[in-house]
Design a protein around this ligand. Structure first.
Ligand code: GLU
Length: 887
């Protein structure tokens, strides 16, 4: 076939030469080590010569076939091409001879165009390499590995060049603290190409994520041998760095579920790619076109277009001439051609061709491929300038395995712990065996999942109740996580918190429950009501203002009474022309009048004048509103209990000394404080470290301690909810400190994770998880016990402690009244004894004697207090008026 292609090209070449005799012809030389490259070179030249029908340029290719290591021959061939007046040199295909040809072309100022992977960072002026620099490609691998979130990278490589091509990847991962393991593909001397012994050793490392950097010639063989040693299953991931991955037969690996990611620069679906592939390889399978061939075709295109631009568009006359390698002469047009080439951008088979000043390719794109049962599918692309990867995996029905297909009839060993309500022993008198022994939320979740996915399960118990903690010094896990790692259980379900540390050792499903850390403490106690609670409806200032208002308004009545003529009245209405008038608004009466209104009792005083009546109305309105507000507020104050919590959140808890606190030993809660960067949480952790006696073995122990001691227990909100449904004296204090979830743990890279996660989501969407939560939290095993008590909203009778203050005021008021009347009496007796010149003691004793005669209700006049008849004595003759004081 190849011979036929070469003959075809030569014929075309000949036809071309005879047809286009009037065109400007330029020789170009190619140094290649394989026939395909030679054929591609000729086809590319032919294609370009015919691409522009009116072009006056014709490139005439001449090739030399040189073995990759034969530097001398490569040098000689280059000289031959220069002697033949070639205006550009393409090749060689290997980096061994490349530096010699580069320096020769540089000295002669002949454009040199390379297509192979070149690690050199410094290049000669006349060189343009259309192959992306390996350093840039490694940036892409770094981005890809970052997007995969691989924690460890195992690089399998075949030779130093391929190792060199991923060297920056090693540096980067080292910098990031990720472990990188290098493994060279080796075979026993007597069995070349047998990598199985070496791959078996790699398998024993137990790692699942590999970067495969090897030449395309052995790649297919390596993949086959990986399959043979059992490293081509769902749990393995490979990133293949070779740009020609799509040219090998990948079919044997596409059904095994192995995660194979590859890259490419050529889109085989493009018509131009198909056409070139057909011409070069005589095969309609455009997937077979190798990148180096495509790059060579692009290189010829780039060169042709540059010459075209210079001669046709810029009207430059380029004259080719033979150059002798041994002479010192050079070609004066080389610089212009190479400069224009570097500044051009054109679209080729490998995408956009653009270069920087040094001739390095830039702004190119790489397609990311993933292997599916349908073959390699493009899932995204990477741009060398933007350095972004947007992976969009195809959602084609056939690509997805039917949910449950994998798990049907599989039997899982499910690890549980006896932690209510996630896993509990059934309370029954009959002897139960097997799965029947257990019940609880976790047990029901597994039952539901098995209903969806069709797997069978056997529950086993984590006897020590440990969930899984990593020993910082040995790096070893304990508890349920250890069991999963060691394969003694397939799944683990309980209140097992998903943490990043655990996630690095095992896989988790989507969380089936969300929660956060909070504080369990005794319910807050009501504050004992104060004695003067009846004063609480008004603030101190309102009371003060009320007193001042009372005082001012009372005085106003006194003033208004004296000023208003209507308030001066005839004391004896039957006397037409009275000798004097009396005024009811004396100072005492004014205060009594406003007091009567304030106490809603009234008085016998009736304002007569418009002014006093208006003022009375306003005062009564004021009193009405104040008293109504007081009454309404008093009812609230008497019935609502004020609750006091000694702390409201973790900060206040940590700041005080009286209440001790702790969490479950080695649990996710304690570890949250251990790993936190917040200073306040670090303090909480240091308290925990210094008080190991406050760290509990289980949540139940914590609950008992909270009930019996002055102790607060930091635990997860879902479990607090469960506890407070049953222990009515306990409550949650404060909000959630974080946000996380419980997941079902399984072995790392488990093929069942997706199915189980999808099934968990289904349970969530169908509210089955919500139903199970209500069942195990509120209904079963004493759930809802506390809700009924607290929800009872009946009014409780007021206690003496609620109204005691009012009694006290009454008592004090009565005593004060008694003391007042006693003082009044004493004062009266004293005045009389002075007036009548009778000894005080005698008068006092007479008065007391009368006082104890309780049956006597008629008193002699001389026993009357002098003030009671003051109406007569206080007559003011000058005004002929008298204050009416007797009430
Ligand atoms: N759910 C926690 C864990 O997975 C245990 C309870 C806790 O630490 O509060 O370790």
């Amino acid at each position: 076939m190849m011979l036929a292609t070469v003959i075809l090209v030569l014929v075309l070449d000949l036809v071309n030469r005879t047809d286009c005799h009037d065109k400007q012809r330029y020789n170009i030389g190619g140094i290649f080590s394989d026939a395909i490259q030679e054929a591609a070179f000729r086809i590319a030249t032919y294609t370009m010569n015919n691409k522009y029908p009116y072009s006056q340029i014709e490139l005439v290719p001449s090739t030399s076939s040189v073995l990759p290591h034969n530097t001398l021959e490569a040098y000689r061939s280059t000289c031959g091409h220069l002697q033949n007046a070639s205006i550009a040199i393409f090749g060689p295909g290997s980096s061994i001879a490349s530096p010699f040809i580069q320096s020769l072309c540089d000295a002669k100022e002949i454009p040199h165009i390379e297509t192979h992977r070149d690690f050199e960072m410094n290049r000669n002026d006349t060189l343009v390499n259309v192959h992306p620099h390996p350093r840039v490609l490694t940036d892409f691998f770094i981005d890809l590995i970052e997007s995969f979130r691989w924690k460890k990278v195992i690089v399998i490589y075949d030779d130093d060049n391929n190792l060199l091509s991923v060297a920056p990847l090693l540096e980067f991962n080292n910098k990031k603290g990720r472990k990188v393991i290098l493994k060279q593909l080796e075979y026993p001397d007597e069995q070349p190409g047998n990598y199985r012994p070496m791959l078996n050793k790699v398998k024993l490392l137990g790692e699942m994520q590999f970067v495969l950097a090897c030449s395309i010639d052995i790649l297919e063989n390596v993949l086959k041998q990986l399959q043979q040693v059992g490293m081509m299953t769902e749990i393995y991931s490979y990133l293949i760095t070779n740009l020609d991955l799509q040219t090998i037969d990948i079919e044997p690996f596409q059904y095994g579920g192995t995660n194979i990611t590859g890259i490419r620069m050529i889109d085989p679906d493009l018509t131009e790619v198909k056409r070139i592939s057909m011409a070069v390889r005589d095969s309609s399978d455009s997937h077979k076109l190798r990148v180096e061939t495509a790059l060579l075709i692009d290189a010829v295109q780039l060169f042709y277009e540059t010459i075209y631009d210079l001669t046709i568009d810029r009207k430059m006359i380029i004259q080719a001439r033979p150059i002798n390698c041994k002479s010192t002469d050079n070609w004066k047009y080389g610089d212009s051609i190479i400069n224009l080439m570097k500044s051009k951008s054109t679209l080729g088979l490998t995408g956009l061709m653009k270069f920087d000043n040094e001739g390095f390719r830039r702004d190119f794109k790489i397609d990311v491929l993933e292997l599916y049962p349908q073959g390699l599918i493009k899932v995204g692309e990477w741009n060398s300038t933007l350095r972004t990867i947007d992976l969009q995996r195809p959602v084609v029905e056939n690509f997805q395995k039917n949910l449950g297909d994998n798990l049907f009839n599989t039997t899982f060993i499910v690890l549980i712990s006896l932690t209510p309500p996630y896993g509990m022993l059934k309370e029954t008198t009959t002897q139960l065996i097997g799965n029947d022994r257990f019940e609880g939320f976790g047990i029901d979740v597994i039952k539901e999942l098995s209903g969806i996915l069709g797997f069978n399960y056997t529950f086993i118990l984590q006897e020590d109740g440990l969930y899984g903690n990593r020993n910082k010094s040995t790096g070893k896990w304990n508890g349920m996580i250890r069991e999963i790692i060691d394969g003694r259980a397939d799944l683990a379900i309980t209140d097992l918190t998903v943490t990043s540390e655990r996630e690095s050792a095992v896989d988790f499903t989507m969380p089936f429950m969300n929660l956060g850390i909070s504080i369990l403490y005794r319910k807050p106690e009501p504050v004992p009501p104060s004695l003067f609670m009846f004063a609480s409806p008004f603030s101190f200032y309102v009371w003060l203002l009320l007193g001042i208002s009372y005082f001012i308004v009372s005085l106003s009545f006194f003033v208004m009474g004296r000023l208003s003529p209507s308030e001066w009245q005839n004391p004896y209405p039957c006397v037409d022309e009275p000798e004097y008038l009396v005024n009811q608004f004396t100072i005492r009466n004014s205060f009594w009048f406003t007091m009567g209104a304030l106490m809603q009792q009234g008085s016998e005083l009736a304002p007569v004048a418009i002014s006093t009546r208006t003022a009375s109305g306003v005062w009564w309105l004021f009193v009405l509103i104040m008293v109504s507000s007081y009454t309404a507020n008093l009812a609230a104050f008497l019935t609502v209990e004020t609750l006091v919590t000694p702390f409201n959140d973790i900060d206040e808890l940590a700041a005080q000394q009286e209440i001790k606190f702790g969490a479950k030993k080695n649990g996710a809660t304690a570890n949250y404080f251990r790993d936190s960067n917040l200073t306040k949480y670090k303090q909480v952790w240091s308290y925990m470290v210094h008080h190991p006696e406050l760290m509990m073995d289980s949540n139940e122990d914590g609950v008992v301690k909270v009930e019996n001691e002055n102790y607060a227990f930091l635990m997860e909100s879902t479990t607090i909810e469960y506890v407070t449904e049953r222990h009515c004296t306990l409550a949650r204090v404060g909000g959630l400190l974080d946000d996380k979830g419980y997941g079902i743990a399984m072995k790392r890279y488990s093929p069942y994770r997706n199915d189980l996660s999808t099934a968990v989501l289904q349970l969530q969407e169908k509210s089955i998880l919500t139903g199970l939560k209500i069942k195990w939290w509120k209904e079963k095993r004493g759930g809802g016990r506390c809700a009924s008590k607290s929800e009872a909203g009946e009014a409780t009778p007021l206690d003496l402690k609620n109204v005691g203050g009012v009694f006290l005021v009454l008592f004090i008021g009565t005593i004060l009244g008694m003391m007042g009347s006693f003082a009044e009496m004493t004062n009266c007796i004293y005045k009389r004894s002075r007036r009548e010149n009778v000894p005080f003691k005698e008068q006092f004793m007479r008065e007391m004697r009368f006082f104890v005669q309780f049956k006597q209700s008629v008193k002699e006049v001389n026993n009357l207090p002098p003030d009671s008849v003051s109406g007569k004595h206080l007559m003011n003759n000058s005004t002929k008026t008298i204050d009416y004081v007797k009430m």
